[in-house]
Design a protein around this ligand. Structure first.
Ligand SMILES: Cc1cc2nc3c(=O)[nH]c(=O)nc-3n(C[C@H](O)[C@H](O)[C@H](O)COP(=O)(O)OP(=O)(O)OC[C@H]3O[C@@H](n4cnc5c(N)ncnc54)[C@H](O)[C@@H]3O)c2cc1C
Length: 415
């Protein structure tokens, strides 16, 4: 008798893949999770750790086309380009910048909100009763400005957040340092967003989730996926460097590398790596209390188990180039400006890749009728929206549908 348990292969053990794998396994599927690196050691381990519920504003704000060349030259703005990469970047960049207008920005913002808005609840639900829940901290998430004028200069973005229901509490002057004593006296306005949260170590969090997946009976394969085997247009196996994994459905959650793999299925997703960096300041004295977005340097500072992690910077330069010195020097300078009294024993640096589709909306859903389900392209909100994406994917594969409106994320916009 044929088994009624669906065999599913999940490609990618980053936050989106691991969440999909757990929800699928919990819903009764037999899941094989495949990654070329161990869970918790890849791209998703180095982010700022914030469940950024209010992150509904895409990078491509109106006016960006005119501003970009100037911003690239501005030593106080964290935008970098490896010029040798420009010819390869150009086709994507043209499409990306074409969305830098009010109509598209409002549309993208409306598309992001359902994925981000209940992030804390989704993470709590995912990790409840597992070793992963020890890493979750419900908290405020605050945006730090020099003064009211700087805050008001960001009014377009705050307008998008307000439309999505996110209204900050404003603290000024002395109240800023009462809230966070480590902040420089040059920073005099805090926009505090309530009911957010963060993980104190994204790598350990993902490792604990991977352990939960295996405890549930899931299989982990450490190998690089090379291709899909198809029969009558449907996937029947995933071929890795070391083995063939037979399956009835696939979740393609390989982050920015999903672009190449999805091309094998006829999908042509304009997606680039938006390179980002972090510096961990080890044994900081003192540590900050809650995550802070420092607007003057556009980086997020998060109190983590292994130090103060400061993460940010946008650099375009592809997947292969080594880390660049300038973005890291910028980040270090801006951290010292924001926290002049910060002392620490040592630093550790990291470069990672945000998967950035040209239209700033994640790619979620079945690719044609292939039984391969896309779950990638989460740009700045992968940690935030990983559990929700995983639940949607599990519902699509196991129940044939989801309660969420996923029209905006359809992969078929790139077929
Ligand atoms: C500096 C920085 C700060 C950030 N801060 C935040 C934040 O605070 N909050 C937030 O929500 N988001 C944040 N992000 C974004 C977030 O980290 C990403 O959106 C998220 O990690 C993407 O997860 P993913 O699972 O889609 O991809 P990935 O984490 O890239 O996972 C993909 C996995 O697929 C594997 N893989 C690729 N190709 C193959 C193959 N052929 N075979 C097998 N395996 C393969 C890779 O090894 C990898 O482990 C930040 C990003 C950066 C860079």
């Amino acid at each position: 008798m044929a088994s009624t348990v669906k065999q599913v292969a999940v490609i990618g053990g980053g936050i989106v893949g691991i969440c999909s794998a757990i929800w699928l396994q919990r819903s009764g599927a037999a899941v094989t999770l495949i990654d070329k690196v161990a869970p918790g050691t890849g791209n998703s381990s180095g982010n700022a750790g914030v469940f950024a519920r209010c992150s509904v504003a895409p990078v491509t704000a109106p006016g960006m086309i005119a501003k970009s060349p100037k911003l690239l030259m501005d030593p106080n703005f964290p935008l970098y380009l490896r010029y040798a990469y420009l010819p390869k970047l150009m086709p994507w960049l043209v499409k990306y910048l074409s969305h830098a207008n009010d109509t598209d920005t409002q549309r993208i913002s409306r598309g992001l909100e359902p994925l981000t808005s209940d992030s804390l609840e989704q993470h709590v639900l995912l990790s409840k009763g597992t070793a992963a829940e020890q890493w979750i901290v419900p908290s405020d998430y605050s945006f730090v400005y020099t003064d009211k004028a700087a805050f008001e200069a960001d009014s377009y973005t705050w307008g998008l957040r307000k439309k999505a229901g996110f209204i900050p509490e404003i603290l000024e002057g002395h109240a800023v340092r009462e809230f966070e004593p480590l902040l420089s006296t040059s920073l005099n306005l805090l926009a505090v967003m309530k009911e957010h949260g963060y993980v104190t170590n994204p790598g350990d969090y993902i490792q604990a989730l991977a352990q939960e997946f295996q405890n549930l009976g899931g299989t982990l394969v450490l190998s690089a996926v090379e291709d899909f085997s198809m029969s009558d247009g449907k996937v029947v196996a995933v071929n890795t460097q070391s083995q063939r994994v037979p399956c009835e459905a696939v979740v393609l959650a390989a982050g920015v590398w999903s672009k190449t793999l999805s091309q094998k299925l006829g999908l042509n997703v304009p997606m680039e790596s938006e390179r980002g960096y972090h510096i961990i300041f080890k044994s900081p004295s003192p540590q900050i209390r809650t995550p802070l977005m420092i607007a003057s340097g556009k980086f997020v500072a998060t109190p983590m188990s292994n130090g103060l992690r400061c993460a940010g910077v946008v650099e375009f330069g592809g997947l292969d180039a080594e880390a660049s010195e300038k973005p890291l020097a910028f980040l270090k300078r801006k951290v010292h400006e924001a926290f002049p009294n910060l002392t620490y024993q040592d630093t550790q640096t990291w470069l990672g890749h945000r998967p950035a589709p040209s239209d700033s909306l994640p790619v979620i859903g079945e690719i044609g009728r292939s039984s391969v389900f896309a779950a990638f392209g989460h740009h700045h909100i992968g940690l935030t929206s990983g559990p929700k994406t995983g639940k949607i994917i599990a519902d699509l594969i196991q129940n044939g549908g989801t309660d969420n409106d996923i029209t905006a994320y359809t992969p078929n916009r790139f077929l």
